[in-house]
Design a binder for this molecule. Structure first.
Ligand SMILES: [Mg+2]
Length: 231
């Protein structure tokens, strides 16, 4: 089948932060002078509760850290301060490409390529620039900013229209079942799930054997992308 275009998520699909959440959290506590009373596992465990009502990851983190603080008999403001220090410490240019990224992009270099990311424009362009991909994509849709956030089909439709691509002949590649796979399906776009990147999943967890929603293809690294797209 002829493919019109391929879309990509950014975080944990094109790249990952070099500095882990554990490292940042330790620095955030150090900077605020508080004893470390929140673990990354607690944060990741509570994270899904705040996704629906948060405007941004920074907002989500503040509310989540405040809730954990309150639960532990701490001042919620202390949790918010740690969350703000965490956000301050994060360098969005300090990212590394995910495995197989170069090979995947060179195999697709004759196709229109787009990005559909739930991330602030400034933050995501710092990442693309650091990866040397500032001009690699024909369209970048910052969902949640230029359009409603994934899994809304709206940001996918915006990318399709910019690329003049038909949904049934377009694929979206992303690590999140709940935003990438669900959103692509809602827009009628083929979904390629990069396994193992769900934010709430432990790093050593096996990929979900029964993913919901179901992707059209599941790949462990981007090196497998051109193969599943039949190129
Ligand atoms: Mg992602």
């Amino acid at each position: 089948m002829h493919t019109d275009a391929v879309l990509f998520d950014v975080d944990d699909t094109l790249c990952r932060y070099r500095r882990t959440g554990d490292e940042l959290l330790a620095v955030a506590f150090e900077r605020t002078g508080l004893d470390p009373f929140i673990t990354l596992a607690e944060y990741h465990g509570r994270y899904p509760e705040f996704v629906d009502d948060s405007d941004s990851v920074a907002d989500l983190r503040e509310r989540c850290f405040a809730a954990i603080a309150a639960e532990k008999g701490r001042d919620p403001e202390a949790g918010r301060r740690v969350a703000r220090a965490y956000a301050d410490e994060r360098d969005h240019g300090d990212v590394e490409p995910t495995a197989g990224l170069d090979a995947a992009l060179s195999a697709l270099d004759d196709l229109p390529l787009g990005v559909v990311t739930n991330g602030a424009p400034k933050m995501q362009s710092a990442k693309l620039a650091a990866l040397g991909l500032a001009d690699a994509f024909d369209v970048v849709v910052h969902a949640g900013y230029d359009a409603p956030a994934k899994p809304s089909p709206a940001p996918f439709r915006e990318a399709l229209s910019a690329l003049d691509a038909r949904p049934e002949r377009t694929y979206h590649v992303g690590d999140s079942l709940s935003s990438d796979v669900a959103g692509a399906r809602a827009a009628g776009v083929g979904a390629v799930w990069l396994t193992g990147g769900e934010p709430a999943a432990a790093p050593d967890e096996e990929p979900n054997p029964d993913p919901d929603p179901e992707p059209d293809h599941a790949i462990a690294t981007l090196a497998e992308l051109s193969g599943v797209l039949g190129r």
